[in-house]
Design a binder for this molecule. Sequence first.
Ligand SMILES: [Zn+2]
Length: 61
Amino acid sequence: MIDHSLNDNEIGVLCPGCCYETKKKVGWVKTHTQMECRNCGSIVDIESRNFRAPRNTGADD
Ligand SMILES: [Zn+2]
């Protein structure tokens, strides 16, 4: 069973070029394959290797 509430969670997508982290909602990420880095303007492939866990999960603090 899919928990659709996860779609409102934010995830960080790291730009491989400049390491700028762009926060996107999970629901947005699921419907897009690329995004433009706001920092350097590069087109970033949205792949799991570019994901970064949100800072405020508290899981690892
Ligand atoms: Zn960038």
